[in-house]
Design a binder for this molecule. Structure first.
Ligand code: NAD
Length: 443
């Protein structure tokens, strides 16, 4: 089948390459001409494990190509996916300007399609309930061509996106026309050899399922972060509690890690959009609002811990940060907890030096010379008064304590992910701070 993907970001590019891997002919379109040129040269615009190989292989086999022209791509396509950004507006609502602009452009491009054709326009972007109607109106205003609008929200995780796309736990299809459902089933046939993982529902339910998923995951994290604060007060260990509740099959072990707060381009944005929807509909969403508030508080915790340790200000202090991306295995720094920490430390008078295996260039593009960037974790620990772990990349989980002891100016470790060996750190003479963990657990 021939399809078009609009937007070549984390979602669009993975989706395009993934569908090509299933054997479809995919054209990826982006308004960013530089990005399209890079992709044509087989250069990736961001870091995502496994993606370069997937893109290269499918480009080589002639199943995947890139263009800036929707008019070139859309007319022969059975489906056109919208995978552009839906950022937060000031009031928390999702800004649909990119989605609706793409919809209008698709409508215009459909003018050139065969008159007897039928095209399914699919929103893959995370969009508020009711967006499909707006997309339909935007397309309708531009074309007489027959089309349907469907919702197929994406659940991939950055850092493991290729696997998630090729082996999804489920595929949500929101469509009201049977013909659109059949077409989406056909597109996803490549993943249905063992089980039917497609769940068909109404468009509105599909749109809301995506927000519900992100809100649920974020809720688990904020809940654990709040419990971690209790742990610190009463001398309990959040790691014991995590294992204690995570082994209950009704709860399960995932997304129960207390830490530096969640970041990324989705959780915060989607929670704010859901909260906005609640306000707009006059349906109180108290849990959702509290989750986001708790996370904003949590993102400040590591900074507060460092500042308090040094008596309220950091003049003359040098603080090292390990891990800058919002999570491991990505170079994405959107809403990353490390960025909040950096701002807090700078405001308190510190100089900051950071290390990340891949996100350094993005941090430099955002902050310029306001922070130093090291190309090696131990260079980021050189002469620092404290070292803070924010993003638990594998290579940062087991620090060489003896080496840190000789290179750091003061021996203070702040483990924002509870992964460093705290007993060994204390034995080596470090002051160790975790999240929700006393140094010695009271039994
Ligand atoms: P992104 O910002 O990485 O990429 C968006 C791309 O769309 C950019 O390359 C931009 O140039 C392009 N674009 C914008 N307007 C366009 C237009 N009119 N025509 C063609 N291209 C256009 O975004 P992303 O992280 O891939 O997210 C896309 C959507 O998917 C969002 O709604 C997001 O919430 C959702 N989502 C993201 C993730 C994730 O992990 N990043 C996961 C699931 C869902």
């Amino acid at each position: 089948m021939r399809i078009t993907i609009v937007g070549t970001g984390y979602v669009g590019l993975v989706t395009g390459a993934g569908f090509a891997e299933f054997g479809h002919h995919v054209t990826c379109v982006d308004v960013d001409a530089k990005r399209i040129e890079m992709l044509r040269q087989n250069e990736m615009p961001f870091h995502e494990p496994g993606l370069p190989e997937l893109v290269r292989r499918n480009t080589m086999h002639g199943r995947l190509d890139f263009t800036t022209s929707l008019r070139e791509a859309v007319p022969g396509s059975a489906a056109v996916f919208i995978a552009v950004g839906t950022p937060s507006r000031e009031d928390g609502s999702a800004d649909l300007k990119y989605v609706l602009e793409a919809a209008r452009d698709i409508g215009r491009a459909l003018q050139a399609a065969p008159a007897d054709g039928y095209t399914v326009i699919v929103t893959k972007s995370t969009v508020p309930v009711g967006t499909a109607d707006k997309v339909r109106a935007a397309v309708e205003a531009e074309t007489k061509h027959a089309f349907a609008v469907a919702s197929n929200p994406e659940f991939l995780k950055e850092g493991d996106a290729v696997n998630d796309f090729l082996k999804p736990a489920r595929v949500i299809v929101g469509a009201d026309e049977p013909r659109a459902v059949d077409l989406l089933r056909e597109l996803y046939r490549g993943i249905m050899r063992t089980t039917d993982r497609i769940q068909v529902m109404s468009v509105r339910s599909a749109e809301l399922t995506k927000y519900a998923a992100n809100a649920m995951l974020a809720t688990r994290i904020s809940f654990m972060n709040e419990l971690a604060a209790i742990c610190e007060t009463v001398g309990a260990d959040i790691e014991s509690i995590r294992k204690g509740i995570g082994s209950d099959p009704r709860i399960g072990p995932k997304f129960l890690f207390a830490g530096a707060g969640y970041g990324g381009s989705c959780f915060g944005k989607d929670l704010r959009a859901l909260a906005y929807l609640g306000r707009e509909l006059d349906v109180p969403l108290q849990v959702v609002n509290a989750v986001d508030r708790a996370n904003e508080r949590q993102k400040r915790l590591l900074g507060e811990r460092v500042i308090k340790h040094f008596g309220g200000h950091l003049d003359g202090k040098r603080i090292g940060i390990w891990g800058l991306a919002f999570k491991p295995e990505t170079d994405d720094i959107r809403e990353a907890p490390a960025l909040s920490l950096i701002e807090q430390l700078l405001a308190a008078g510190a100089t900051v030096v950071g290390y990340d295996p891949v996100a350094g260039p993005n941090v430099h593009a955002l902050l310029g010379d306001r922070i130093e960037l090291a190309t090696d974790p131990y260079a980021a620990a050189h002469n620092v008064d404290a070292l803070v772990l924010v993003t638990e990349w594998h290579e940062l989980r087991q620090p060489d304590l003896a080496r840190l002891a000789t290179t750091m100016r003061a021996k203070v470790l702040v483990d924002g992910r509870n992964v460093w060996p705290r007993e060994a750190a204390v034995a080596a003479g470090f002051t160790y701070y975790g999240i929700g963990r006393p140094l010695v657990e009271r039994r």
